[in-house]
Design a protein around this ligand. Structure first.
Ligand SMILES: [Mg+2]
Length: 268
């Protein structure tokens, strides 16, 4: 299998490329190596900040591709130093924090937490938690009051033109932009022939719909996603193994299928 310059992979991180518990991507190495040597693109898409994703993007050796950060509310471009112009407090982020402060009480955002608390709630090390708090576009947090209060909070957020995305661990507020929006933008920029999108949670569903090949990575720690349009036809598939193991299984299978299509000439 060689020659994947016309392939763009977009992947969620937690519970998808990264193990839900350990954050390890080690089991995905075989597939990452094939993608890299074949010249495929890999766009990481996550609720993580630019400061967090930058290190991972370097570690997996795909530094020349943009990353979708903070749940799609922004991009980290190749070569951009996420820590150079940050300090964690951009004007946009400060405006967002002020808007949240005007909503019904009960939401506790990363900006309200110490590095230690973020570390405890996420399982990240203290230095990783520090990077998780370096935000530009969005504010993740937890709801601490009752569920009726949460409904009122959501309604008020909508009234204030804030976008709310509910992920596996956190609820994230922003001024808009989703992972799916950014996938559309990047597909338009790079014009791949084959777009592979991988995710594990409800907040990945919209971006899975943008894929030529969508992959739902098994995650035993959250509720199973209901069947998606295109699943019957095989456009969207599910892995049996969770996290990076399932990631590698699916990516290698799809690359094999793309290679076979090319060899038999059934695709262009
Ligand atoms: Mg996930």
């Amino acid at each position: 299998m060689t020659g994947f310059r016309d392939v763009l992979v977009v992947s969620d991180l937690d519970g998808t490329l990264l193990d839900h518990e350990t954050y390890s991507w080690d089991a995905a190495r075989p597939a990452l190596d094939v993608l890299r040597s074949g010249g495929a693109g890999l766009v990481l898409a996550s609720s993580k900040t630019a400061a967090e994703i930058s290190d991972l993007r370097d570690a997996i050796q795909f530094p020349d591709w943009p990353s979708i950060v903070e749940n799609g509310s922004g991009l980290l471009e190749p070569g951009e130093d996420p820590q150079a112009d940050l300090g964690g407090d951009t004007p946009l982020y400060q405006t967002l924090r002020s808007a949240i402060a005007g909503l019904p009480a009960g939401f506790r955002g990363f900006g309200d937490m110490t590095e230690k608390e973020v570390s405890e709630r996420t399982g990240l090390t203290l230095s990783a938690a520090q990077k998780a708090r370096m935000r530009r576009f969005s504010e993740p947090g937890v709801w601490e009051a009752d569920s009726a209060g949460f409904d009122a909070f959501l309604a008020a957020a909508q009234k204030a033109s804030l976008t709310v995305q509910r992920g596996g661990r956190f609820t994230t507020l922003s001024f808009g932009g989703t992972k799916a929006d950014k996938v559309v933008e990047l597909v338009d920029r790079f014009k791949p022939r084959h777009t592979i999108v991988l995710g594990d949670a409800p907040n990945d569903v919209e971006m899975l719909r943008q894929a030529d090949h969508g992959v739902i990575v098994a995650n035993q720690s959250s509720a199973e996603l209901s069947p998606l349009p295109g699943e019957d036809q095989g456009r969207i598939r599910r892995t049996t193994r969770p996290g990076p193991e399932g990631w590698a299984d699916a990516v290698l299978d799809i690359l094999q299928e793309i290679s076979q299509m090319k060899e038999t000439g059934t695709h262009g």
